[in-house]
Design a protein around this ligand. Structure first.
Ligand code: UD1
Ligand code: CA
Length: 476
């Protein structure tokens, strides 16, 4: 049973707590990914606050799973959540594990360990416990003289002395079903928060003489997330794990504490990632490639030996072997930069393939295009791909030289080996090996600079003279 009905007041958010993301993934999705690794698990999820949004996220993330969802309309405490879900438990299982929904780092094997210990101890209640340097916010574990767990006391119900106890309830339990069904109706809300506490079942079991087991669980998996500061801390520890994994596998991370790497990202051997990079989604960086400082890559592929220079942004883009991109380049979805090609500063590509060895080094927009091999795209070239209604393609053959500041008014095709003069506005196809010039012919008037200067100077002086004079009016 996963308890995820609460609003998460301490997050101070419009969004339900379990939908807040930890390293790019909602908490609840992380938890369910771990739980569904357990065999023969039948899952019941208790939802309440914003239940539609949570259910939608769950079914999108796990389209083939059909967990039972129970609605807890009013959130009257963790005990009340379990009470609401009891009626919906599938027939059969004799043990019920309960997990708080705000534990995104919990592993399936830790929960299995708690369930096993529960079986071994023939307990009515088994609770995962951990030692915290700072136990603030957690329920404290009370033990008797023989070290048996007797009670869990919530933070707000603790005496000053109990507050100093550092062993806490991790938020992960296993119950014998018979005990749960018998004891849940006995819960009372006579406590500081006026809620039904699931944790009171521990004292109920101990008092009736049933076995209670406390099982140590790893705190690094069970830090509960109640506010955004805790969320950031959990995220940081997860990131640290991801980065360490990559470094141990042969990746160099420069100033690793500044890089963000989703777990879904693949980095091959001898990849170097500079400070402040963010690598997201299905991004793959192949062997020996270098991603320099401040790059953001989402669902991109960087080929072997390629170099992404600082502050470039790639989204669903491919950069092939030994190509160089950036600094300050933007590769939008559908960009494909060929082997040994170059994309320089302030160049934007969208749905454009740049062939092997081709260059677009400065200040260009290449959208909906196909550029052959060994093409030179001069500075300031624009593919005019959009007419306000539809997008059109620009096709440039192998070996073409496009002079600076040219516009390709798509749809248009430049045949292989052609030469486009600088400043051209190309509106019709150019056959192979041609020279295309589409700009006004230059006019030179020798000596006219001096005369022009004299004229302009005279005008400027006239404009400064006080009005009313013979010459004071404006001249054309
Ligand atoms: C809870 C435990 C505390 C433990 C801590 C571990 C109780 C009373 N306290 O405290 O002993 O140390 O977890 O992290 O259980 N929920 C519902 N319905 C409700 C109330 C809560 O589904 O009516 C869900 C929440 O969405 C959340 C989970 O239960 O996912 C835990 O609730 P939360 O308010 O975070 O409990 P804590 O105060 O952290
Ligand atoms: Ca919590």
């Amino acid at each position: 049973m996963v308890l995820a009905a609460g609003k998460g007041t301490r997050m101070r958010s419009e969004r339900p707590k379990v939908l807040h993301e930890v390293l790019g993934k909602p908490m609840i999705v992380r938890l369910l990914e771990s739980l569904w690794k357990i065999e023969r698990l039948q899952l019941v999820i208790v939802l309440g606050h914003e239940h539609r949004a949570v259910a939608r996220t769950v079914s999108r993330a796990f389209p083939r799973r059909r967990p039972r969802i129970v609605l807890q309309r009013e959130q009257r405490g963790t005990g009340h959540a379990v009470a609401t879900a009891l009626a919906e438990l599938p027939r059969g299982p004799r043990r019920v594990a309960v997990v708080n929904g705000d534990l995104p780092l919990l592993s399936g094997s830790t929960l299995e360990g708690v369930v096993e210990a529960h079986g071994a101890a023939r307990a009515a209640v088994t609770v995962g416990t951990m030692e915290m340097a700072d136990p603030t916010g957690y329920g404290r574990i009370l033990r008797d003289g023989e070290g048996r767990v007797t009670e869990v006391v919530e933070q707000s119900d603790c005496t000053p002395r109990q507050r100093r106890i550092r062993e806490v309830n991790a938020g992960l339990y296993c119950f014998s079903r018979a005990f749960l069904e018998r004891a849940v109706p006995l819960l009372s809300s006579a406590n500081a928060q006026g809620e039904l506490y699931l944790t009171d079942l521990v004292a109920l079991a101990a008092r009736e003489g049933s076995a209670v087991a406390g099982v140590p669980v790893p705190p690094e998996e069970l830090t509960g997330i109640n506010d955004r500061a805790e969320l950031a801390r959990v995220e940081r520890s997860l990131l640290e794990r991801v980065r360490d994994g990559h470094m141990r596998a042969g990746v160099t991370l420069r100033m690793p504490e500044t890089t963000w790497i989703d777990e879904s990202v693949t980095l091959e051997r001898d990849v170097v990632v500079g400070p402040g990079c963010m690598l997201h989604g299905t991004t793959v960086v192949e062997t020996g490639a270098v991603v320099e400082a401040g790059c953001v890559i989402r669902d991109g592929r960087v080929g072997p030996g390629a170099r992404i220079r600082p502050y470039s942004v790639l989204e669903e883009a491919v950069v092939r072997r030994d190509a160089v991109v950036g600094p300050f380049a933007r590769l939008r979805p559908g960009s494909d930069v060929g082997p040994d090609a170059r994309v320089g500063n302030f160049v934007e590509l969208k749905k454009t393939a740049l062939g092997a060895g081709s260059k677009a080094n400065h200040l260009s927009y290449l959208g909906d295009g196909e550029v052959g091999e060994d093409v030179n795209i001069g500075a300031g070239t624009i593919f005019c791909n959009y007419d306000g209604f539809s997008k059109h393609r620009t096709v440039i053959g192998d070996g073409v030289f496009v002079g600076s500041d040219s516009q390709m008014v798509a749809p248009v095709e430049i045949g292989r080996g052609s030469y486009v003069g600088s400043g051209s506005t190309i509106t019709s196809d150019v056959p192979p090996d041609s020279l295309a010039l589409a700009r006004a012919r230059q006019v030179v008037k020798e000596g006219r600079a001096r005369a022009l200067r004299a004229l302009l100077e005279g005008r400027a002086r006239a404009a400064k003279r006080p009005p009313g004079g013979r010459d004071g009016g404006r001249r054309s």
